[in-house]
Design a binder for this molecule. Structure first.
Ligand code: SF4
Ligand code: SF4
Length: 110
């Protein structure tokens, strides 16, 4: 009998957790931003579409209306943006809207 975690499913599933390199969100350079005004699930207030949830390789998108993205573990691959049929998800630079650090602030001596 195959060991299962939370249900009777016997399919391969991944679950977000910290790896040797820490949380994947720590080293992401681009992050997804979801616009509920364009999201089909949000507009219908129903669990429909959900392509972002289906295709996220890190299982960090909730199956809710609207979907929520766990940025602690999102690695910024952009697949959710690619599969979204209504362009509700855009990828933006991780530090967008934040002031740029100068060399001293980064602690980098290279
Ligand atoms: S960018 Fe990649 S890891 Fe992050 S939510 Fe989208 S599909 Fe998942
Ligand atoms: S794929 Fe796009 S439209 Fe569909 S649920 Fe996800 S964000 Fe909403």
């Amino acid at each position: 009998m195959v060991e299962t975690r939370h249900c009777e499913q016997q399919t391969a599933m991944s679950w977000p957790c910290a790896g040797e390199g820490g949380r994947t969100g720590d080293w992401r350079s681009m992050k997804p931003v979801l616009d509920p005004a364009k999201c089909i699930a949000a507009k219908k207030d129903s669990i429909v579409c959900m392509l972002c949830w289906v295709f996220c390789p890190d299982n960090v998108i909730t199956r809710t209306a609207p979907p929520e993205i766990d940025l602690e573990y999102c690695k910024g691959c952009g697949i959710c943006m690619e599969v979204c049929p209504s362009q509700a998800i855009t990828m933006v630079p991780e530090n967008e809207g934040q002031p740029a650090l100068n060399v001293e602030e980064t602690g980098c001596d290279v």
